[in-house]
Design a protein around this ligand. Structure first.
Ligand code: NAD
Length: 234
């Protein structure tokens, strides 16, 4: 149980594990492979430059899987926590699916982008909603400027979104909770160290993350089981 006092500010970091019970596979779960490609080989600027058709095939598959998924009790528990804490909760996700929003969370910071948005790889046109799939024989979508339309995703080697806001929220939190993240992908993996010493730090997930030593307490269980009863707020 995690007690939330009236003065507490809570930072939640979710990873692929929070959506695992919604049947969206984690990267670890699929062995980090897709059609014998390592995930990094289809989710990087290098892959986009080399083979954008392959990249869109990968993200089209991910859009199909995510479009069929529904939020699970873990997503609903975090939406409920937001209703109680309002702006004393900062929900930061590494996930690109929209299950937090589907569960009712209003302010979700997608540090690795959003699967159902696209943007131009050349001009400054703002990212836009896009649920389409682009697979052969369909061709790569093009922007009016002539650039290629790419998924609005932070690929390996790119800088995550809204980092200033994320770091400021970690600095201001008194309770830090990471859920379903293996603690491998930076800079998300280091946020707990930034919060530690000042904030109480917790991890929720069936396996210990590689950065487990940085947490005060780990709840070694599935998120959908633990989160609905985890928070007690005054
Ligand atoms: P990861 O795949 O490296 O690790 C997933 C973690 O979730 C593991 O530690 C595993 O033990 C845990 N887990 C599995 N089932 C769980 C459950 N029921 N409850 C709680 N935890 C559970 O994922 P990551 O650390 O998020 O980092 C990898 C990258 O994968 C991120 O950049 C993210 O953008 C991307 N990703 C996102 C999605 C998504 O949007 N749903 C899916 C796959 C990967």
């Amino acid at each position: 149980m995690i007690r939330i006092g009236r003065q507490d500010r809570v930072f939640i970091l979710t990873g692929a594990g929070v959506s695992a019970e919604s049947r969206i596979p984690t990267f670890r779960g699929v062995g980090g492979l897709w059609r014998n490609y390592r995930i990094e080989e289809v989710a990087s600027p290098h892959a986009w430059a080399r083979d954008p058709v392959l990249v869109w095939e990968f993200y089209s598959m991910r859009r199909r899987v995510a479009a069929a998924a529904k939020p699970n009790p873990a997503h609903f528990a975090l939406a409920e926590l937001e209703r109680k804490l309002m702006d004393r909760l900062f929900l930061c996700t590494q996930n690109v699916d929209n299950l937090h929003e589907q569960a009712g969370s209003r302010r979700v910071h997608h540090m690795h982008g959003e699967l159902f948005k696209s943007r131009c790889d050349t001009c400054r046109r703002a990212p836009f909603a896009d649920e389409a799939t682009y697979e052969p024989p369909a061709s790569i979508p093009r922007c009016d400027c002539g650039g290629k339309i790419r998924p609005h995703i932070c690929w390996f080697g790119e800088v995550p979104f809204e980092l200033d806001q994320v770091f400021a929220a970690v600095d201001g939190c008194t309770v830090f909770v990471a859920v379903g993240t293996s603690g491998v992908v930076e800079p998300a993996a280091s946020l707990v160290a930034q919060a530690g010493g000042r904030a109480r730090t917790y991890y929720v997930g069936p396996e210990l993350p590689v950065n487990a030593a940085a947490f005060d307490q780990c709840f070694q269980e599935n998120a959908g089981r633990v989160l609905p009863g985890l928070f007690v707020s005054e």
